[in-house]
Ligand binder design. Structure first.
Ligand code: 5GP
Length: 115
């Protein structure tokens, strides 16, 4: 059995998280160490390790996650000014939690390409 990830433990309520969205397929929480005034993590309930492990079976889920990102940007009031969406993938991508997640950042002008 694979170890449960930090994000699975947040989803299951074992570790606190500031939830801004929950549905059947995913949750969204505020990042504990925000890189921008708005910094959310959109996380599928399914513990896919990273974008590299996404399969054709996950196609609908992947689309759903992007729609949730777009709706949350509106909800957070950053859709008009613009925002950044990042998926760190694997070691060189700077991924630290091995459970697929999408960073949504905004609320200030972002420069460069990272989080
Ligand atoms: P990664 O580097 O894997 O793309 O992103 C992991 C993100 O999770 C980081 O931005 C980090 O600040 C955030 N993070 C790590 N631990 C926690 C936690 O316990 N709660 C929340 N809300 N975010 C966390």
């Amino acid at each position: 059995m694979t170890a449960r990830t930090l994000f699975t433990r947040i989803i299951d309520g074992e570790i606190p998280g500031q939830f801004v969205h929950q549905d059947e397929h995913c949750i969204a929480i505020r990042d504990i160490n925000p890189a921008a005034p708005v910094h959310l993590l959109i996380i599928p309930r399914k513990p896919i390790p990273s974008l590299a492990q996404l399969t054709a079976e996950d196609q609908a889920l992947a689309g759903h996650l992007l729609l949730v990102v777009s709706r949350l940007a509106e909800q957070e009031g950053i859709a008009g000014q613009g925002y950044r969406v990042v998926i760190n993938t694997g070691e060189d991508g700077g991924q630290t939690v091995p459970h697929l997640h999408i960073h949504l950042m905004g609320g200030r002008a972002l420069t460069g390409h990272g989080t």
